[in-house]
Design a protein around this ligand. Structure first.
Ligand code: ADP
Ligand code: ASP
Ligand code: MG
Length: 403
């Protein structure tokens, strides 16, 4: 008898009919003789609705209270799903993150899992229960509720699979696997039957929201096979995320898009050493995630710094930079919005200098301007105007995947 972890996302549990549909997948695994642990998200768009209501009150919510609010959705789902299973004649018990507990760091809105107490889960499994856990949430060492970041239920699921030594973690969602790009935006996408943890990590970090990037990190660290499957389609093979390399024989495995990016430029008053260190320390101390960074020499050899952030952090970033502008010797702060980050990902980038040139050429031919560029061994990312993002995504998918 092995332990299997199953995770069902928001669209899979959106209403009562869908909850009963989810029960079929759970019961099937249970009837095979497995111990089944289920992790669920909030129903449908519940988390978005909660954030909308919060925004009616304030654009800069207290981070602790934000987590108290947005963690609520998952608690609704676990109780309802346990009731559905009970109605079908199966013993099920639900636990929130704080009941187990799932201990996390204190970074509200983007906390990391530090430890999961498995005692309640194991006892309930031994007693014959199907265990239903709330995804996305935990508590920190001060007993405050935390959340793991948008899409974080995937991370709860793989972390739970890791601490339980589960055979596998099945991520059930509204598409039947991982594709070369978002199937809702690109028509001729290619399904990936298998993908390595490293490539999947880049795909999800760069915008493929089908998996939360940190669940892939944990999967890689503890060697948990992650299967991405459809909740709604019968017996689809899905995609296996594993440690094996070069699985698809594709030099480029995916093209991704991340929206709502702002570029901040700091025009310096001088060229003194230390500004970069101070700016990014202030932002890091306030848990603001900076992505692409570039430095250039402006007028009178003054150093200018540009960097990109998510729009959700704009108000706080500007507030901090204005507060410290004297100390940082900043003459002017500019914020340019809104951009999208388009990335191509694949092991073929490392050894082929022609890939970068081909990417720039494709965007040029489509009259799409780039505003920032960053590269690594297995990815190239560019910022383009958000209005041009889908055209850029389509053009690059055509060039590198469809051929
Ligand atoms: P869930 O609510 O089940 O967690 P998400 O909405 O978080 O589901 O993730 C599934 C969605 O991810 C799909 O509906 C799809 O539009 C999107 N997506 C983006 N990029 C990809 C990709 N490369 N492959 C598959 N799905 C993708
Ligand atoms: N409900 C949370 C969100 O919408 C977590 C999740 O769905 O994974 O981001
Ligand atoms: Mg998700």
């Amino acid at each position: 008898m092995g332990i299997v972890v199953q995770k069902f996302g928001g669209s899979s549990v959106a209403n009562t009919d869908k909850l009963f549909n989810v029960c079929k997948h759970i019961i099937k695994e249970y009837e095979k003789g497995n111990y089944v642990v289920v992790v669920v998200s909030a129903q449908g768009k519940t988390t978005d609705e909660l954030i909308k209501e919060e925004q009616e009150i304030t654009k800069m919510p207290n981070k602790r209270e934000h987590d108290v609010l947005v963690s609520v959705g998952e608690q609704i789902t676990i109780s309802k799903l346990a009731m559905c299973l009970d109605k079908l004649g199966y013993k099920a018990i639900s636990y929130t993150g704080w009941q187990l507990p799932i201990i996390t760091t204190s970074v509200h809105g983007n906390a990391r899992v530090k430890n999961i107490d498995t005692e309640k889960i194991n006892n309930s499994l031994q007693e014959g229960y199907i265990v239903i856990l709330a995804g996305f949430q935990g508590i920190d060492e001060q007993q405050d509720i935390t959340t793991l970041g948008r899409g974080g239920s995937d991370t709860t699921a793989v972390a739970v699979a890791a601490v339980l030594g589960a055979e596998k973690c099945d991520i059930y969602t509204d598409v039947d696997g991982v594709y070369s790009s978002d199937p809702r935006v690109i028509r001729d996408v290619k399904k990936l039957n298998k993908i390595s943890y490293d490539e999947m990590l880049e795909l999800s970090s760069l915008g493929a929201k089908v998996l939360h990037n940190r669940c892939v990190e944990i999967g890689k660290k503890y060697d948990i096979p992650i299967y991405v499957k459809s909740t709604f389609e019968k017996e689809s093979d899905g995609t296996l995320v594993t440690s094996q390399e070069s699985l698809e024989d594709l030099s480029i495995s995916g093209v991704t898009k991340e929206d709502n990016i702002v570029r901040i430029t700091l025009i310096g008053k001088d060229n003194k050493i230390g500004r970069i260190y101070k700016v990014f320390s202030i932002l890091a101390d306030n848990d603001i995630n900076v992505d692409i960074i570039s430095q250039s020499f402006g007028e009178h050899i003054c150093k200018d710094i540009s960097f990109s952030i998510n729009e959700k952090d704009l108000v706080e970033t500007l507030e901090l930079l204005n507060k410290y502008s004297e100390e940082l010797n900043i003459k002017e702060i500019k914020d340019d919005k809104l951009y999208s980050k388009i990335s191509i990902i694949g092991i073929g980038i490392a050894n082929n200098p022609k890939v970068k040139a081909a990417l720039f050429e494709t965007l040029y031919e489509n009259n799409i301007n780039m505003h920032m560029i960053s590269t690594s061994e297995i990815k190239i990312s560019v910022l383009v105007n958000m209005t041009m993002a889908d055209s850029a995504l389509k053009a690059l998918h055509k060039k590198f995947i469809e051929g």
